[in-house]
Design a protein around this ligand. Structure first.
Ligand SMILES: *Cc1c(COP(=O)(O)O)cnc(C)c1O
Length: 360
């Protein structure tokens, strides 16, 4: 089998080892004569997978004991609604940083639930930069402070963490979770879809400090209340079993490959390889502030849209898939999540240099 090199912004590249292990165990899970896809989620076979996925998140990210870890359906997007429903509170205001497409979606949904104060809006810079973390302040009586650690479409990433006193900090880490070491205790909640850096699509992860759960109003219906899920260890209803199994196998691979520190080193190395090409060759331009360049989603422009289209097409012909930028911003984008090997990035940078020589 000739595998394509997957530079998709999501769902992500999954290491072949992980896919193979899932394939080998799909019909006959670990010699038990039955598939995980057909046993009850209350069965011991699944229960072990569920708890192992949670305990690997806890171990790899060094999550303190006073946090709950959940895997729920609905993706990162359902959290845009559930977070204000659970934590905003009647008549209160929440602070949001508008750093780009994903932050904006979170803001738009929160506004339908309650009051939102936008503390920073990147509109004037076309969302190419971020504020200094140290300049961030929560407003008086703020319910929480929300930001997006990595803008998957814009290609910008926070490098420091905002500190806003006692106001709970909530962060959408969909596209850079598990790619760098984190001071978890600076956050009241971290969440995101799992399909960028943790496994196949179908679930979102939530890491929630338990005191925050006390705010979830009893008036919420059961599923929409985070407390329900935390009290039932994310098994209130049937969980996305296949996805959570994928996350477990993916996290075991992360652990074998140096854990979060190993992933961080790899992300720094891989992203530098590409940024070095962008910086060293006038043919390519990076549209983002160098201080906030993402190590996960690298956006770049070529001299014309025609050349960009040709670049994407020729790369695909050589097995490098999904290098087209998001339709809302155009250009090119290479997403190099944890599952993308360094060798794929070497192939890409060789291709980039070659393409510029031929067309520059
Ligand atoms: C992909 C993404 C989401 C949405 O995730 P879904 O699981 O598709 O709902 C949210 N935030 C960011 C930063 C993302 O990259």
């Amino acid at each position: 089998m000739s595998r394509k090199l997957n530079f998709s912004a999501g769902p992500c590249a999954i290491p072949l080892e992980v896919l193979n292990e899932m394939q080998e165990n799909f019909a006959d899970y670990q010699g038990n004569g039955i598939s995980l896809a057909e046993v009850s989620h209350r069965h011991k076979l699944y229960d072990d997978v569920h708890n192992e996925a949670i305990s690997l998140m806890k171990e790899l990210l060094k999550v303190p004991d006073n946090y709950s870890i959940l895997f729920l359906g609905g993706g990162g997007t359902l959290a845009f609604t559930m977070i204000p429903m659970n934590f905003l509170g009647e008549g209160k205001t929440a602070d949001y940083v508008n750093s780009g497409t994903w932050a904006k979606k979170a803001i738009d949904d929160a506004k339908k639930v309650g009051n939102v104060n936008v503390v920073f809006d990147g509109k004037d810079s076309a969302y190419s930069t971020l504020p200094a973390a140290s300049s961030m302040k929560a407003s008086d009586g703020s319910a929480y402070f929300h930001f997006t650690s990595n803008e998957t479409i814009g290609g910008i990433q926070w490098k420091d963490w905002p500190e806003v006193g006692d106001t709970p900090v909530i962060c959408d880490m969909s596209s850079d979770i598990m790619s760098r070491e984190l001071p978890i205790d600076k956050f009241a909640m971290i969440y995101g879809g799992v399909q960028k850096n943790l496994g196949p699509a179908g679930a979102a992860f939530m890491i929630i400090r338990n005191d925050l759960l006390e705010r979830s109003p009893d008036s919420l219906t059961a599923y929409l209340n985070y407390k329900t899920h935390a009290e039932k260890n994310a098994m209130y209803n049937t969980p996305p079993v296949f996805t959570i199994w994928g996350v477990k196998v993916f996290l075991e691979w992360v652990k074998r490959n140096g854990g979060v520190a190993g992933m961080e080193q790899l992300a720094d190395k891989k992203s530098k390889l590409i940024y070095d090409v962008l910086d060293g060759d006038d043919f390519y331009k990076s549209p983002v502030d160098p201080a906030f360049r993402s190590t996960m989603n690298i956006v770049f422009r070529l001299p014309s849209e025609e050349l960009e289209a040709q670049f994407v097409k020729e790369a695909a012909a050589e097995g490098m898939m999904f290098l087209k930028g998001h339709r809302s911003v155009g250009g090119c984008r290479a997403s190099i999540y944890n599952g993308v090997p360094e060798s794929a990035v070497f192939t890409l940078t060789d291709f980039m240099k070659d393409f510029s020589r031929k067309n520059g």
